[in-house]
Design a protein around this ligand. Sequence first.
Ligand SMILES: Cc1ncc(COP(=O)(O)O)c(C=O)c1O
Length: 394
Amino acid sequence: MLAIHGGTPVREKLLPYGRQSIDEADVQAVVETLRSDWLTTGPKVAEFEEAFAAWAGVKYAVSFSSGTAALHGATFAAGLGPGDEAITSPMTFAATANCVLYQGAVPVFADISRDTLNLDPEEAESRLTARTKAILPVDYAGHPADLEFFFELAERHGLVMIEDACHALGGEYRRRRVGSVAHMTVFSFHPVKHLTTGEGGMVTTDNPAFAETLRQFRNHGISSDARTRQANGQWHYEMVLLGFNYRLTDLACALGLQQLKKMPANLDRRRQIASRYHHELHDAPGIELPFVREDVNPAWHLYPVRLQLEKLTGGRVEVFRALRAENIGVNVHYIPVHLHPYYRERFGYRGGEFPIAENAYERVLSLPMFHGMTDQDVSDVVRSVWKVMEHFSR
Ligand SMILES: Cc1ncc(COP(=O)(O)O)c(C=O)c1O
């Protein structure tokens, strides 16, 4: 019997959809930094940025206090301003589009592809206008978007391509690592991500001018940093643009450096979990598993399944509640951005504008996916999904 109907839940304790893994080496790294001279604007920041850039295969990596701040830095560096437009996906976290608004520009949504739920290339191209200044594809769930297409489109039309890779750290596109394809690529280090610094973010780029602007922007628009001034025995500094305090602390960077070492293992583990889900759930009734294109290796931030509602006796809410009652922490990613009250009120969206995204939203359910999951956790998810889907299938 389903737990929601009074049966015994598959698990005793809730398994979240995502969570961090912190080991003793992580703790020690932060403690050492706490005892050092620099809690912020110190040596760990550059160390983390250099290691991250090397790992991503790019020239520059600039850290920020969150993925959202990093996105804001990227839209600023791209020169977005009032009167400009940036094309993006509605199937994302609100921050992707909000960072365009922060700059006084307008996010223009285009519908997504049915298979990957990533920004659809033709739809995106059809939204180009004389005002388009940037294109912001999102690597939904960690599956890289059509990166080469968007890069070529951007180059052809003089746009800046900003890839929101907050889900895709470690993902590969045509054997190239995510972070090295777009003009600027943005990552998040929130605890549910592949690498965490508590809060944190990064922009990678090969363009020295973007890197310089990003560094200034995250430091009030000041053209030199405190440590360089101290080293040179100088007090003089200049504010050259209107920036913010979006700095990532040395504490966070010390943690990031340690976590970066575990990226290969974390990615392997996520891929193993995805592979188990594929094999053990592919014939579970009433669900469609995430699609993987041939030319990519996803990073598996999320594992979003889609409910085949026409084959079910219950809707998404019933399935969601039933899985939660089994103590499986399923979640929904995402309410399409244009359907949020703020976007509806400001831009007049009513629903119906992006049918593929809206249809996907009605069906998606993210199963737990994080590198710290044990084999037993994966088995519990598989058992619960079978139990619940068999109950609800016609
Ligand atoms: C696609 C996407 N973009 C941007 C962000 C913002 O990142 P942060 O939470 O680090 O600000 C997130 C966060 O989850 C995200 O999923």
